[in-house]
Ligand binder design. Structure first.
Ligand code: SF4
Ligand code: SF4
Length: 96
């Protein structure tokens, strides 16, 4: 069994090389499954300055001025919970 133990890993390396490359080299998870590799940002062009995302953020990572200023996410405070994305009705929160 010892000689075949590595087969599952070798198979995934062969069949899903792009997934490995994305995780190891780009620090991205294309399937948006690995929470630690996710990033959230707000697309300024789409933001309607409603503040709903900020009100739903558990760590106060989002700042802006209601009705006046586009809202922005502080990546240092973001815990990648996705609540802002769920709250935004305008598709302005992007997940990378
Ligand atoms: S909920 Fe969406 S539209 Fe409203 S401030 Fe946040 S990002 Fe902008
Ligand atoms: S993903 Fe969660 S913690 Fe990060 S900005 Fe959005 S609501 Fe806040």
């Amino acid at each position: 069994m010892g000689q075949t133990a590595s087969n599952p890993v070798l198979s995934t390396l062969r069949l899903f090389k792009s997934e490995y490359d994305a995780h190891v080299f780009d620090k991205k998870c294309p399937a948006h499954v690995c929470k630690n590799l996710l990033t959230y940002s707000i697309e300024a062009e789409l933001c309607r300055k409603c503040g709903l995302c900020a009100r739903n953020c558990p760590t106060s990572a989002i700042t802006g001025v209601l009705g006046k200023e586009v809202y922005v996410i502080d990546p240092a405070k973001c815990i990648r919970c996705g609540a802002c994305m769920t709250a935004c009705r305008f598709g302005a929160v992007l997940r990378g």
